[in-house]
Design a protein around this ligand. Sequence first.
Ligand code: PXP
Length: 245
Amino acid sequence: MASTGGPGHLRLCINIDHVATIRQARHTDEPDPAAAAVVCEAAGADGITAHLREDRRHFQDADLEAVLRVIRTPFNLEMAVTDEMLAIAERLRPHQVTLVPERRQEVTTEGGLDVTRQPEVLRLALARLAAGGIRTSLFIDPDVVMIEQSKRLGAAAVELHTGRYAQAPADPATLAALRTGARLGRSLGLAVHAGHGLTVRNVGPVAALADVEELNIGHSIVSRAVFVGIEAAVREMRAAMDAAR
Ligand code: PXP
């Protein structure tokens, strides 16, 4: 996404999927993800992220249009590589698309995209998005093969899956994989993002990785918002990142 804080600024992009999850629990009109996005921006978010899933379990097509209408920061659309999603992205032209794997049975995105499978499908999808003026990112595990392949396929950025680190932050190998992966990605000319499972308690070591320029964080911020409100939850995350950088 466009840098909003100068060189070295680590962008915090808020994933608002679970604001929609709460609304979908009752199929009413509250809480409104677009209104939440605006509050996140007021609290200092550098961008807004959402995953339009094929089963529309949380974020809906109307949410996407509403959020794009009201936000002033860049929007990052997470989506599966399908014709339907590519057509939506081409029509609505978000600032950035992050391609993610998607399985209907999963509770959340469980692993990174295997970019060694169906490389021509991926290459074509990335080229279509780029031709539409959309910045492209691939959500992958912090793995040398996946990072090098992402570069070959023509992505502008990779988002390194931090799930393994989040599950075992005390295991030095999980952070080392992110550090090595981030360094490799940047040395190849890729922008490096990271996310999944990050909280105020575990974000520090990831925020301290100088090669990472953007974090995408959702569940822990929406969870914390139940107690302190979403504005305070965003500020707390920003403070935890800044304390580590
Ligand atoms: N990045 C990607 C690609 C994701 O799919 C998700 C979850 O939707 C996140 C980041 C945010 O993860 P979390 O909700 O655990 O912060």
